[in-house]
Every structure is written in C-alpha cells, then in structure tokens.
Design a protein around this ligand. Structure first.
Ligand code: T5A
Length: 212
C-alpha cells in the first residue's frame, strides 16, 4: 500500500506520519516512510539545492529538480519496497508538484502531468491524506515560538518558504482543486483539529479501506 500526506508547509504532516507509523507497526505491518524531496543519496543532494541554496532557480528548473529527485526515489526505493509488500508512507508526492509548481508558480498543468507521469512511472498513492489549513495558521503554528508577523525574507526560512503568503494562498487553492478532481483518492482533514482527533480519523478510514 502506498499512502501519501499532503498540505502546505506546517500543516502537520510529519506529526501524523509518526503516529500512523506507530499504529501500523503495532498491527504488524512493515512500514517504510520517505520524504520528498529526498530519500536517496542523489535525491538528498537535490533537496539541498532546492531548499537550502541561495541561488535563484527558475520555475521550470525547480519543476525538473523536484521531478529528478522523485524519479530517483521511485526507482531506487519505492518500486522495490512495493514489490516486497511493504507499506510505503510518503511525506509529499506528486500532488505537491501540482500544487506548488502548477498552481503556486503558475506552470502549465498539462506539462506538469506529462512530467509527473514520466518521473513516477505512473505510480499513484492508494490514498492521500490532505491536511487543510490556511497559510496564516500554518505559519503561526510553525513559528509559534517567534513573534508575528513572520517576515518572509527571514534567513531561517528555506527557499520555497521565502516565496511569500500570496504564493501559499495559491498553493492551498491548488490543493482544493486537486481534491475536487481526485475522485476520492484525496481525503481532506481539518488540520486545526487536535493531532489525536486527526489520527483517529486517519486510522478509521484506513481500517475501513483495508477491510474493503
Ligand atoms: N515542494 C515539495 C514543492 O514545491 N514541490 C514538490 O514537488 C515537493 C515534493 C519541502 C518543501 O518543498 C516543497 C514543499 C515544501 O515547501 P519540507 O522541509 O519537507 O519542505 O517541509 P514540509 O513538508 O512543509 O514540512 P513541515 O515540517 O514544514 O510541515 P509538516 O510536516 O506539515 O508539519 P509538522 O508535523 O512538522 O508540524 C508543524 C508544527 O505544528 C505542530 C507540530 O508540533 C509542529 O510544531 N502541529 C500541530 N499543532 C496543533 N494542532 C495540530 N493538529 C498539529 N499538528 C502539528
């Protein structure tokens, strides 16, 4: 089974993934968690370029770098893990590309679909949990220890995070479009609920799907 988590930065994906890994492991499943971009030696190097570098990267360059990282992860780790019947949990997958590079940066969605098809070899999650949150709430949560308003040129922010609040509004709108078109693959969760409430909903849904 392939499960992905999506949402804007600070939505609570990593928090939920940790809880879900505990739950599935207790149920006797062999679970592998991976994050994008990253997950292989080459993909981690691409992650550094994408997030940590101070260089300007064009939208199309950004798209191709995220896609190259994904292609490495698919070939080296995801395909073999699925073949061994492992449960793979992804902290972001191709919906992030559609939301961030498509809706956020404004790249052509048809072009994106073709590149996603090439980089994933057509592999699609069985279920995607989308944690919905307004950008302002996500920023407040992520930087709760710091004073507001957060300046987006803050040197502690990564390259994508420095894109600004308007960018994040477009990304969230993109996720809502993806959700509408997903024919049930994406499940929307209110990221403002407590971590435990969200976890209960995720496990209830997964148990239901596994039974079916
Ligand atoms: N990107 C990625 C693209 O542009 N295109 C792509 O194709 C791909 C794959 C990756 C960046 O790359 C971009 C998107 C991203 O900008 P990243 O460093 O991997 O960056 O960052 P994120 O995936 O955004 O991870 P974050 O850690 O920022 O956010 P999470 O994992 O969603 O949030 P989490 O769980 O760390 O929680 C954040 C804070 O909120 C608290 C937590 O304790 C933590 O303090 N929290 C809650 N508080 C209250 N209620 C809840 N329900 C809470 N859940 C968590």
């Amino acid at each position: 089974m392939l499960i992905s988590f999506e949402g804007i930065d600070g939505a609570g994906k990593s928090t939920q993934i940790k809880k879900l890994v505990g739950y599935l492991t207790l149920k006797g499943r062999e679970v592998l968690t991976l994050r994008e971009p990253g997950g292989t030696e080459v993909a981690e190097k691409i992650r550094l370029i994408l997030l940590e570098s101070r260089h300007e990267i064009s939208p199309i360059g950004e798209l191709l770098l995220f896609s190259a990282s994904r292609a490495e992860l698919i070939e080296e780790i995801i395909k073999p893990a699925l073949a061994e019947n492992k449960t793979v949990i992804l902290d972001r997958f191709f919906d992030s590309t559609t939301a961030y590079q498509g809706y956020g940066r404004g790249l052509n969605l048809e072009l994106l679909r073709s590149i996603i098809a090439i980089s994933t070899c057509g592999i699609t999650p069985d279920i995607t949990f989308y944690l919905d949150i307004q950008p302002e709430d996500a920023i407040r949560r992520k930087f709760s220890e710091k004073s507001l308003p957060i300046e987006f040129d803050n040197s502690e922010l990564d390259r994508i995070e420095r894109s600004g609040i308007e960018f994040y509004r477009k990304v969230r709108q993109g996720y809502l479009e993806i959700l509408n078109e997903s024919q049930g693959r994406l499940v929307s969760l209110n990221a403002l609920d407590s971590p435990e409430e969200i976890h209960q909903r995720i496990t209830a849904l997964l148990d239901e799907r596994l039974k079916a």
